[in-house]
Design a protein around this ligand. Sequence first.
Ligand SMILES: C[S@@+](CC[C@H](N)C(=O)[O-])C[C@H]1O[C@@H](n2cnc3c(N)ncnc32)[C@H](O)[C@@H]1O
Length: 405
Amino acid sequence: MGERKQGAVNQHSRSAEGGPTTPPPGLPEPAQEERARSARLTARLRALMAEAGGALPFHRYMAEALYAPGLGYYAAGPVLGEGGDFVTAPELSPLFGRCLARTVAVALEQAGGGVVLEAGAGSGALAVTLLGELQALGALPEAYLILELSPALRARQEARLALEHPTLATRVRWLQAPPERLHGVVVANELLDALPCHRFLLDEEGAWELGVTWEGGRFAWARLPLEDTHLAQRVRALAAGLPRPYASEVGLVAETWVRTLGQALERGLMLLIDYGFPRHEYYHPQRAEGTLMCHYRHRAHPDPLVLVGLQDLTAHVDFTALAEAGVEAGLEVAGFTPQGAFLADAGLGELLTGAPEPERLRLAQAAKRLTLPHEMGELFKVLALRRGPGGPLPGFRLLDHRPRL
Ligand SMILES: C[S@@+](CC[C@H](N)C(=O)[O-])C[C@H]1O[C@@H](n2cnc3c(N)ncnc32)[C@H](O)[C@@H]1O
């Protein structure tokens, strides 16, 4: 996300006012080919809804909208970066990856070597920078593994790495599923916000899972019984302190992902970078419409029920839940800090002062976007989970926000 605009309000009760491929007012119309793909995805979703008895839980709708083979937003190969729907930190500037490399290098040393596994590598921007910087630091990993679900993005990553690092590219291997065992460092930037989330609604009549149905020629919200036991437990634990109506998200898929990778990690570190909050801030009584956002051509809006397959859907992450998932997998919470403080402690200043004059100004502009509190500096956070020998890590020495989890 990085430069995904924030602030619009999400309304659980809202449904599309036009047809399913009509963008909200003010947003550009999709091209004819995009409409056709969205229509195919709509037909697939309607068939799945019919099979499920009328409605799909939101997490299943989101999984299809993002990852349905050949049709979902990520599966079809989104345009990432300045010309696309949103810009992430590695797309914004190599400064991000160069700082992160300092943490990765120390973590590899503490772990006694191993591999780097990048999960959800997007356009390949972070892989290119991390590999280059790790080489410059004399800390190249045994191998650089990329766990990527989207075939279209994998092809893009392969091409980019072959072009920009023809010699280092031979160290890179792609995985389609998490490995069973891992020794080294896992890096995931803006992966967990892109995993399907569960939605719930508390109203005067009770607690519900939010689902999606088809009604009057468009997708619409549906209240479903809260049957998923994990979701029900979490909602029950949150419900007492919250007003009615109140809708929000629970990232059960993201938590499972962290547990799975955490269990596989025999020795080393996981670095999870994303936008979100500790639980007490996430489920704030005033955040009564949740954190779900849609991004389409650099515009954020709150309606996930339109432009299916053509827009990114994302929810903030609950860092407390991720830390708990790591601890359940036997990991230690080695650090939690905002991105601005992380980059400052991981060498951002030195990289800026060391840059030649004409480049320095451009880098300074990017550094501001990465670190200023009203840009990406505060909302984005870095969580480090570790198994095995420890020690201080660049990035986490300046500001320790672990007590906030
Ligand atoms: C928002 S993009 C972030 C890309 C990149 N990390 C960056 O910062 O520019 C999310 C990425 O995660 C990938 N992805 C989504 N679900 C995944 C999963 N379960 N396993 C691996 N990759 C996944 C998407 O295809 C995409 O590459």
